[in-house]
Ligand binder design. Structure first.
Ligand SMILES: Cc1cc2nc3c(=O)[nH]c(=O)nc-3n(C[C@H](O)[C@H](O)[C@H](O)COP(=O)(O)OP(=O)(O)OC[C@H]3O[C@@H](n4cnc5c(N)ncnc54)[C@H](O)[C@@H]3O)c2cc1C
Length: 526
């Protein structure tokens, strides 16, 4: 049954804008439009709001699903920080993760990524003293690449006639970086494979190893964290809580358990949405935050998809990797358990990242190509007020969707013995990695629960359980349809597929979508 996110909804006959999905992109679009006086209805199919920023609670613990750290929040003049302040009315507060935000662990060696560009470089040079020039050149290139993306993004929000005039020119500088793979660019700087493996030690943040990912995506991610990592005080749920107030202040509402069946289109113009229960909500404009694959395959009427040849668009992109998340509960405070705030990225000693991924895909009993350990309860200074005497840990790795595909039609928590057995084996393998890195935790875990790609499909409606929407290959950045405006009048896209994966990317997509819808550039206000 459709419910309000907070209390009994004051539903209207019609809205200025309806947004399908309450992910960061949908919420940001909603907040910006609300601040411009629009009445916005956000429809979320899950029983809780926030998309990947949602939290869930079980057995007296709480876990964040898709937020482990966010960059640029500790830098006063950062645009992302100002944007967060704008959409949350300054209510969302961030806790600094401290000096070391990421630790890259390769076999028995470890490499710390230290907050602040100077410190970052110094630390890396201490590990690779012969490579000082390479490291300097690399950091400069990262900055240059990110700078080149500004016009690329702005072109996405331009009206078609301006885009036709200036679009090509605006994107030109960007493509020289985005067209190359991360490995190609790094190999042009050095032939030191050990250094390349360390520099790309955060590839899990965008889901593709260096020989497949676009260098732009890599540079953007690395730059994002140069000033350290931050965690929302009070947990990820604070994002939707703070933005909800902004939406409500303009008469808008977030509804949960509210699954949209189809966008309601007349004469190639969006007029509202039809819900799974058959009811209709009308609006002047409709925005989909459900991801482009879900939007085209499930939410648009097939005749519209055919009319505009949208299926051909989907042939040009592919879903990102799927993942496993192990949610762990422990007795004891983060201090008692000596949990770090730093994220650990654990990699096999031998081989480059691409070959480790390939070995594992060929034979899943091979070592995980990447294991990410995150300690959210240690990052949140408010955690122990809410959950005294407890702690949590999340462990993430990649896994092909196909391993679990045959259970996609089964019901949550009732998928059968074979499914549970595979999950248990994988959970034990992940716990082993944790105990190797944090031996003091052996015997302290009181609860764990593994999510699979089917879980992601079930809760967030990504068809192949994809972790980051579309894959961040070089060709992805060449696809001109990955922008807010669509061929359907008054129908727009937002979310990570419009910009890039990451809460920052999704937030920024909200800026672009609102700009394309209203012609107002919210960045000027900031
Ligand atoms: C495990 C994991 C860890 C991550 N860690 C980080 C991190 O540490 N830092 C970081 O910056 N980013 C991280 N990310 C990435 C980040 O969370 C996402 O890129 C971002 O939140 C995506 O936002 P979005 O706006 O695209 O929407 P999404 O969060 O994808 O939300 C889309 C919403 O649409 C809803 N929807 C779909 N279909 C319908 C329908 N028919 N009707 C109504 N609603 C519908 C879905 O239920 C969902 O709520 C992580 C992601 C994952 C999965």
């Amino acid at each position: 049954m459709i419910q309000s996110y907070k209390k009994k909804p004051q539903l209207q006959e019609t809205y200025d804008t309806i947004i399908i999905g309450s992910g960061m992109g949908g919420l940001a679009t909603a907040a910006i439009l609300s601040k411009q006086g629009q009445k916005v209805l956000v429809l979320e199919r899950h029983y809780t709001a926030g998309g990947f920023t949602h939290i869930f609670k079980r057995k007296g613990y709480e876990w964040d699903v898709g937020i482990h750290y966010i960059g640029e929040m500790q830098r006063e003049n950062s645009l992302l920080r100002k944007l967060f302040e704008y959409v949350t009315d300054g209510e969302l507060k961030w806790a600094d993760m401290g000096e070391v935000y990421d630790r890259i662990i390769i076999g028995e060696k470890q490499y710390d990524f230290v907050k602040g560009v100077k410190n970052f470089k110094k630390q890396l040079i201490s590990y690779f003293p012969q490579e000082e020039e390479t490291i300097e050149a690399y950091v400069n290139l990262v900055f240059k690449t990110v700078r080149s993306s500004k016009n690329f993004y702005m072109s996405k929000a331009l009206p078609p006639f301006l885009n036709a005039l200036f679009g090509r020119f605006m994107k030109k500088g960007f493509y020289q970086y985005s067209d190359k793979t991360t490995y190609e660019v790094l190999r042009s700087l050095t032939d030191n494979e050990a250094l390349i493996k360390v520099l790309t030690g955060q590839y899990g943040d965008y889901g593709l190893p260096p020989k497949q990912s676009s260098f732009y995506m890599h540079a953007s991610l690395v730059r994002h964290y140069f000033d350290g990592g931050s965690f929302p005080i009070g947990g990820s749920s604070q994002i939707v809580k703070t933005i909800d107030k902004v939406i409500e202040a303009s008469g808008g509402t977030i509804l949960i358990s509210a699954e949209v069946d189809e966008v309601y289109i007349e004469k190639n113009t969006a007029k509202g949405v039809r819900m799974k229960d058959g009811s209709i909500f009308r609006s002047d404009k409709v925005v989909s935050n459900a991801g482009i694959i879900t939007t085209y395959n499930k939410l648009l009427p097939p005749e519209i998809v055919n009319k505009h040849g949208l299926a051909a668009h989907l042939q040009k992109v592919r879903p990102s990797a799927a993942h496993l998340s192990l949610y762990i509960g422990l007795e004891g405070t983060p201090q008692e358990l000596q949990l770090p705030k730093t994220n650990y990225w654990v990699y096999p000693e031998k081989g480059d990242h691409d070959s480790c991924v390939q070995n594992y895909l060929d034979d899943l009993s091979q070592p995980f190509p990447l294991v990410y350990l995150s300690f959210p309860s240690a990052k949140d200074p408010d955690w122990s007020n809410r959950y005294p005497g407890k702690s949590t840990i999340d462990i993430i790795t990649i896994i092909p969707y196909e391993v679990f595909e045959k259970w996609s039609d089964t019901s949550w928590k009732k998928r059968g013995e074979e499914y549970d057995t595979i999950k248990e084996e994988l959970a034990q393998r992940l716990l082993k990695v944790l105990y190797k890195q944090q031996p003091q935790l052996n015997g302290k875990v009181t609860y764990y629960e593994l999510s699979t790609p089917i879980t992601t499909q079930h809760f967030v409606n990504y068809e192949k359980g994809e972790i980051y929407g579309l894959d961040h290959t070089p060709s992805r950045f060449r696809q001109s349809f990955l922008k807010p405006r669509t061929k359907i009048k008054n129908f727009y896209l937002t979310g990570q597929d419009v910009a890039t994966a990451g809460v920052g990317g999704a937030l920024f997509s909200g800026v672009l979508t609102s700009m394309a819808m209203t012609g107002k550039n919210v960045l000027k206000k900031l």
